[in-house]
Design a protein around this ligand. Structure first.
Ligand code: ZN
Length: 647
């Protein structure tokens, strides 16, 4: 499951269990910004619209007393579906799959590991053994490329006149930097912050067009409990991405952030080109470039909370940035079963990738590489889909619909496999009657499991209840079809979805998510529930009725931040933010934004990527009316949206 610990937002964590301290309380400027993984978490927060009350959070916390919100009047008419009981699932077989997939030999199934390939081979062999047909013509594999690493190339240089600076001692490029050569005179923009709320503007009176902006890391009074910038707790203004956005908006050609973390071997997270040249530099290098001591300026700002910038130095800075971005082919694995003449399919899926040796999605609290075995996340779901495939495959010809069993790669890095799959489906998406997703189903406690997405089709809740009850389980039901796992990609394309999940725990995204922590009889029960649901859907006379779900119901707690209601498309590497959908009745919907639109400007800020959008959105307040530009069918269209409060 995608990491929902929203580092940068600092609250509304998906995981109710004890958390690691927020990483941005220490470390380098990069840590405080939406790194790739946390940007995705942010994205999901945007998706969810109501962080604390979205499907990403509430079900496990609400507990059994929670009643499903009842709005039957607004639902399309539907006939109840009868439950078809299928065979039982062997806890022992599930245990064997999990012990293999989550064993150290598979290296945590990270996108860059040989372990992921081993897992893929294992799944293919199991599907073959079960006699299931390949889903992609004659192959079980659907290849796609993902970005798996960045490193610094050989040509990184920073100089001013005859003075050349040393990589690692004086400067280190950010991994999200643009590449190539750039030059300009340096200017000092304090902390590089503009904040209406704080009546603070480091750019006031400063012309940075075509220049190289040098700015301090973080925000004024970082160590001052009484700082107007939320005491010692960092605000969004402290993030490098926020500084990048402002520098770019002001017309700077490059941003150099003063930092004492200059390790060229650890340049930062795997990122796409952020649209500006950006690097960290030492305070000493900043002093050389500008001709004064920036740390003295820092002290002055920290004392007064008043901006203290400085116009251009005389000599130009030359900057060459060389970032190598490494890509790799990974595979979705899928098989199909059922009557050849049937057009519709029921999809049962689980992601089989995990975090490998750690990295950004990890909550281990250390940057030391350690194998993240991912037993619950998501060897559990993978094993369950395998056993359901074996159990249902042989009798699938009796159904009304085909069954498609799929194992996604790239989930932990942004639902990449499922996004690719719905964009390149072997069966048209319109013929997918339903998608059932299993992600983290190995920790059944008190015989209680969660179903999300029950409002995405009116038939679902009764069917889910019947299936849970028949297997001796109690369900908790959440309506929304958007959440931090692969079903989101399907729901955004108009497919009703159900997401089965046994709840969060303290080992989530840690090396301790090990095979010996799972409840195998519980996993077998959940797999049997999934099999019954899938079997029932395959045999029902009618397919479930897709419902464009309303945003999650508001309940309790303080809302926070502005809400727009768009759903970013994780799979498309375009400039800007492509929307795979908009929530019905959301500000985005009311403004006229459509799925497929690519957001390029929001509230007067250029949007190059998701981080930009997140920051641009957070600069607004609920109730604000903002103008935005999207690209649609080769044209740029302008809209205005009135933001509401994120609940
Ligand atoms: Zn995960």
């Amino acid at each position: 499951m995608l990491n929902q610990i929203t580092r940068d937002l600092g609250r509304h964590s998906f995981i109710a269990a004890p958390q690691a301290p927020l990483p941005h309380d220490q470390g380098d400027p990069q840590a405080s910004l939406p790194s790739r993984a946390s940007a995705l978490a942010l994205a999901v927060v945007i998706i969810a619209g109501g962080c604390g009350h979205s499907p990403t959070a509430p079900v496990a916390e609400r507990g059994p007393a929670s009643q499903p919100s009842s709005q039957p009047a607004s639902q399309p008419s539907s006939r109840p579906m009868s439950l078809v009981q299928t065979a039982s699932i062997s806890a022992q077989s599930l245990r064997e799959h999990v012990y293999y997939l989550a064993g150290d030999e598979l290296e945590g199934r990270g996108p860059a590991t040989a372990g992921l390939d081993k897992a893929a081979r294992y799944l293919v062999a199991e599907l073959q053994k079960a006699g299931l047909r390949p889903a992609f013509e004659d192959s079980y594999r659907q290849p796609f490329e993902m970005l798996i690493g960045v490193q610094l190339g050989a040509r990184n240089q920073l100089s001013q006149g005859k003075r050349a600076f040393t990589l690692g001692e004086h400067f280190v490029p950010y991994t999200f930097s643009a590449g190539g050569d750039v030059h300009g005179v340096p200017v000092f923009a304090g902390y590089g912050i503009r904040s209406k709320d704080h009546e603070y503007d480091d750019y006031a009176g400063l012309d940075v067009k075509g220049k190289v902006v040098i700015a301090l890391a973080y925000e004024p009074g970082d160590d001052d409990p009484k700082s107007p910038f939320d005491g010692k707790r960092r605000t969004t203004h402290a993030s490098v991405r926020s500084k990048v956005l402002l520098a770019r908006e002001a017309g700077a050609v490059a941003l150099l952030v003063v930092s004492d973390k200059l390790d060229p071997k650890a340049p930062g997270p795997v990122s796409k080109d952020g649209g500006i040249f950006a690097a960290r530099i030492s305070a000493q290098a900043a002093k050389q470039l500008l001709g004064f001591d920036v740390l003295k300026r820092k002290k002055a700002i920290d004392r007064s909370y008043a901006p203290n910038n400085a116009g251009p130095a005389r000599a130009e800075v030359q900057l060459t940035i060389d970032i190598e971005r490494k890509r790799r082919t990974v595979h979705n694995i899928a098989a199909i079963a059922g009557p050849a003449q049937a057009k519709e399919v029921v999809v049962l899926g689980a992601h089989y990738d995990h975090l490998g040796m750690g990295g950004e999605g990890s909550l281990s609290g250390t940057s030391e590489p350690r194998i993240h075995n991912g037993a619950d996340d998501n060897a559990s779901g993978t094993a369950a889909v395998l056993e359901v495939a074996k159990s249902l495959g042989p009798t699938a010809h009796k159904g009304q619909r085909k069954l498609l069993f799929i194992f996604f790669a790239g989930e932990e890095h942004g639902l990449l496999g499922s996004s690719h799959f719905v964009q390149h489906p072997p069966v048209p998406v319109g013929q997918m009657a339903a998608m059932i997703n299993l992600d983290m189903v190995g920790r059944l406690r008190d015989q209680r499991m969660n179903f999300m997405g029950v409002k995405t089709a009116p038939e679902f809740e009764a069917l889910a209840r019947a299936a849970a009850t028949a297997r001796g389980l109690t369900g908790t039901y959440g309506g929304d079809g958007y959440g931090p796992s692969d079903h989101t990609a399907f729901y955004a394309k108009g497919v009703p979805v159900l997401f089965l999940f046994t709840g969060a725990h303290a080992d989530y995204h840690k090396p301790s998510d090990d095979p010996d922590t799972l409840n195998y009889p519980g996993l077998a029960a959940v797999a049997a529930v999934a099999a019954d649901v899938v079997g029932s859907l395959a045999q029902a006379s009618q397919r479930p009725t897709y419902v464009k779900a309303p945003p999650p119901k508001k309940h309790g707690g303080g809302g926070y931040g502005p809400y727009f209601g768009s759903i970013p498309d994780f799979g498309e590497p375009v400039q800007g933010v492509k929307f795979s959908g908009v929530r019905s009745q959301s500000p985005a919907d009311k403004a006229g934004v459509l799925k497929g639109d690519v957001l390029i400007e929001f509230g007067g800020l250029e949007v190059h990527n998701l981080q930009d959008f997140t920051i641009a959105l957070r600069r607004c307040a609920p109730g604000d009316t903002v103008s935005l530009k999207v690209q649609r069918a080769g044209k740029v269209l302008e809209f205005s949206a009135t933001l509401t409060r994120r609940e």
